[in-house]
Design a protein around this ligand. Structure first.
Ligand code: NAD
Length: 479
């Protein structure tokens, strides 16, 4: 069985306490990882502090060249990374090959080249004969904490800009999906990243994660995960006045107007509801359909959902693999039971799964569509983070906007209409960080990404990430 070791100061360091990590498709333990705590985090932070002295002074060109090497090396090992991600997380191998690993490569390449350009500005105030200019310097040792749903994709979205900006880092991936972080550590060693620039400690949130958040020499934390843990991080880090980026949960709405192009809309909404087993923060879990086309939309949506194949993540025909853990599957099933107890209609999802013998103990669920659900139901308010979506009718634009906004979260929304006036009006009225019009999950790292309300604080993306990991200073020179 694979046994992971922490990556500290450029070397792999054993830990005497271990946690077990399960393969969600078989229900069996498939690797062990360090159960790190304050002691391991302290060593990682000290290594990052030492490395910061030289890494932060390196030219952007030197840093860029190493980040591009990391991108190339991950790309060369695409198969290995994709298989590890699937085995650790439960997602289909084809999906990891098509999305997760290429996005991780892109993150390193994008920020590795972005840093060659400058954000600095200068102004001359002629009336007082003074010149202002700004300069940026890396903040210091960054603590990077990531979730289990898109493990290497989201971790690299933090590591790449932080290193590009000249920070050194201490990362903690989710204890449920640590394997590809370990493969990334190997890549970093192979390409000659200087020791201490990137350190990875494995373990649980309350022990390893919180030791990073509380460390006085880590002035900046980038966190992606649940709203509850984001709140905890805000309170624990408050006495240190740390800089925080918090990418948190979502309860995302899709609004389908009667003039939507249903050919494009239905297939995209099926994908946005169920891909990656619905374990995407941007998953659509509430679909509001204008009443004139409600039944037509529902029939087509359910037909396509029923065609989705669920099972062995190694089989390229399966669109969905396994949910990440037994506990998470029980939580998602709990929401389906809630729907039943509230008298909602489970339109599909109840059918038995015909799984191969070796997947019988895995955590598989059919995509589930729920109708006749009240706006006040917890199913319409809380993040399920699984393959369950609610489809309900609406009458007017105003009503759809009000109901879509009537949740604590504000991550993203989808709007479907062929009328550009409608799409602009509704997009502007949505209380979210991103609105996709007639599409979903079309991502460009040049634009800001993040949430409003309980979905988070701050944005990630070209300008936002590079600003986040740097301090700006204004220098005013009187002529
Ligand atoms: P989680 O909050 O349970 O854990 C996320 C990470 O935080 C893990 O590494 C965990 O070990 C660590 N952690 C837990 N407690 C901690 C503590 N007290 N101090 C420091 N670290 C701690 O989230 P999860 O279950 O891994 O991921 C699912 C959640 O992530 C969902 O709510 C989803 O919406 C959210 N998410 C958000 C985005 C986004 O971009 N907004 C992207 C992906 C996932």
């Amino acid at each position: 069985m694979e046994q992971l070791e922490n990556f500290i100061d450029g070397g792999f360091v054993a830990c005497d306490r271990h946690l077990e990590s399960y393969n969600p498709a078989t229900g069996e333990v498939h690797l062990q990882l360090p159960d790190s705590g304050e002691e391991e985090v302290e060593k990682a932070v000290q290594a990052a502090l030492r490395a910061f002295k030289t890494w932060s002074k390196m030219s952007p060109k030197q840093r860029s060249s190493l980040l591009l090497k990391i991108a190339d090396a991950i790309e060369e090992r695409l198969e290995e990374f994709a298989e590890a991600e699937s085995r650790d997380q439960g997602k289909p191998v084809w999906l990891a090959k098509k999305v997760d690993i290429p996005r991780a490569v892109h993150n390193f390449r994008f920020f590795g080249t972005a840093i060659l350009h400058t954000l600095d500005t200068s102004t001359i105030l002629s009336e007082v004969q003074a010149t202002n200019y700004t300069c940026r310097s890396p903040v210091g040792v960054a603590g990077l904490i990531s979730p289990w749903n898109l493990p290497i994709y989201l971790l690299s979205f933090k590591v790449a800009p932080a290193l590009a900006a000249g920070c050194t880092v201490v990362c903690k991936p989710s204890e449920m999906t640590s394997w590809t972080a370990h493969l990334m550590a190997k890549v970093m060693k192979d390409v000659g990243l200087p020791p201490g620039v990137c350190n990875i400690v494995y373990g649980t949130g309350p022990r390893a994660g919180e030791a990073i958040v509380k460390h006085p020499s880590v002035p900046i934390i980038s966190f992606t995960g649940s709203t509850a843990v984001g709140q905890r991080i805000q309170s624990v880090s408050a006495p240190f006045v740390k800089r925080l980026s918090l990418e948190l949960g979502g309860k995302n709405a899709g609004i389908v107007f009667k003039d939507a192009d249903l050919d494009k809309c239905v297939s995209t909404m099926v994908r946005s509801s169920f891909i990656n087993q619905g374990e995407v923060c941007l998953t659509t879990s509430r679909i509001y359909v204008q009443e004139d086309i409600f039944q037509n939309f529902l029939d087509r949506f359910v037909k396509m959902t029923k065609e989705i194949k669920v099972g062995d993540p190694n089989d390229p025909d399966n669109m969905l693999g396994a949910l990440v853990s037994k506990e998470h599957m029980a939580k998602v099933k709990g929401y389906i039971d809630l729907a039943r107890s509230e008298g909602c209609r489970i339109v599909c999802g109840d059918e038995d799964l015909n799984l191969p013998q070796h997947n019988r103990n895995g955590y598989f669920l059919r995509p589930t569509v729920v109708c006749d659900v009240s706006d006040e139901s917890r199913l319409m308010k809380e993040e399920v983070f699984g393959p369950v979506t609610c489809v309900v009718p609406f009458k007017t634009e105003e009503e759809a906007i009000r109901r879509a906004n009537d949740v604590e979260y504000g991550l993203c929304a989808c709007v479907w209409s062929e009328n550009s006036g409608t799409t602009h009006r509704v997009a502007q009225a949505m209380e979210v960080g991103t609105v996709w019009v007639n599409c979903w999950l079309v991502r460009d790292l040049n634009v800001p990404f993040g949430g409003v309300k309980m979905s988070g604080v701050g944005r990630e993306g070209l300008k936002d990430s590079l600003e986040f990991y740097t301090e700006v200073k204004t220098v005013c020179i009187k002529h």
